[in-house]
Design a binder for this molecule. Structure first.
Ligand SMILES: C[S@@+](CC[C@H](N)C(=O)[O-])C[C@H]1O[C@@H](n2cnc3c(N)ncnc32)[C@H](O)[C@@H]1O
Length: 247
């Protein structure tokens, strides 16, 4: 299975750094198989983030409220990427997208979120600088520190934290509560970590619950599992954007 991104640029030196990501953590069972992974990063490169924002802007132009759910949010890199993107692109008008509902079922990662300390590798920092139009300091506080393994510990600012509501939830149960209209579900790189016999039911519930003017955004792992085809079979259309489906 392939998961993006695979390389990272150094933020200070321009050197190639070893791959990647704001958190790298695989949990294995007694036989050494990966049973969960929290590995994530900011602005994963499989999505065309700016085009996604433009697409959402057009689709939800007449909607007063848009509900964004990030399932398997890990340390928050994904919902924070979305929050920075929408806030920078739409300024005052971004309010209808917030708070983003970010959910994970792993106590280890929920403790990390509570601590308000996020590790950002230089690639993460570069990406936030890029998408925030050089406004890194608006979204993250980086205290004076020496980089460690080409990464730094940062603290999401109030500007960032206030746009996301984190909670503990199991995607298998939580999708039953999704709002049926004007909802965007990020179901990215989570499906391999839920029991095989529950995966179809999650997809069926999501596609049944999301009735009107909704989007589903999958990740590389779901793509390689054929989830895109299942969404289409359930009546969702593939958009011109990679990994993005809609009805
Ligand atoms: C590989 S990370 C993906 C993070 C992010 N979505 C991304 O693509 O970068 C998978 C996350 O899904 C979470 N997860 C696994 N099973 C879950 C479940 N049943 N309900 C909610 N979260 C789950 C894990 O704890 C982990 O943080």
């Amino acid at each position: 299975m392939r998961i993006s991104p695979v390389t990272q640029n150094s933020y200070t030196t321009g050197r190639r750094a070893p791959a990647f990501q704001s958190i790298i953590r695989n949990v294995k069972d007694s036989e050494g198989n990966i049973k969960n992974s929290n590995t994530t990063c900011f602005f994963r490169q499989d999505l065309h983030w700016n085009e996604l924002a433009t697409y959402m802007d057009n689709k939800y132009r007449n909607s007063e409220k848009v509900n964004i759910y990030s399932y398997g949010c890990s340390d928050g890199s994904e919902p924070m990427s979305m929050a920075v993107l929408l806030n920078e692109r739409f300024k005052f008008n971004a309010r209808k997208y917030f708070p983003i509902m970010a959910k994970d079922n792993d106590d280890f990662i929920l403790d990390k979120i509570r601590s308000s300390c996020t590790r950002m590798y230089f690639r993460d920092i570069d990406a936030v600088i890029h998408y925030s139009q050089n406004n890194l300091g608006k979204y993250f506080v980086i205290n004076n520190q020496l980089p460690e393994n080409e990464s730094m510990i940062v603290h999401p600012s109030y500007e960032t934290k206030s746009k996301i509501r984190y909670s503990k939830a199991d995607v298998i149960k939580d999708v039953h509560r999704l709002p049926e209209k004007d909802t965007v579900v990020m179901l990215r790189n989570i499906l391999p970590y839920i029991p095989e016999d529950k995966r179809n039911s999650v997809i069926n519930t999501v596609t049944t619950k999301l009735k009107d003017n909704c989007m589903i955004i999958i990740g590389d792992l779901e793509d390689s599992m054929g989830i895109g085809e299942k969404l289409e079979a359930a009546g969702f259309k593939k958009t011109p954007l990679n990994h993005v489906y809609e009805n």
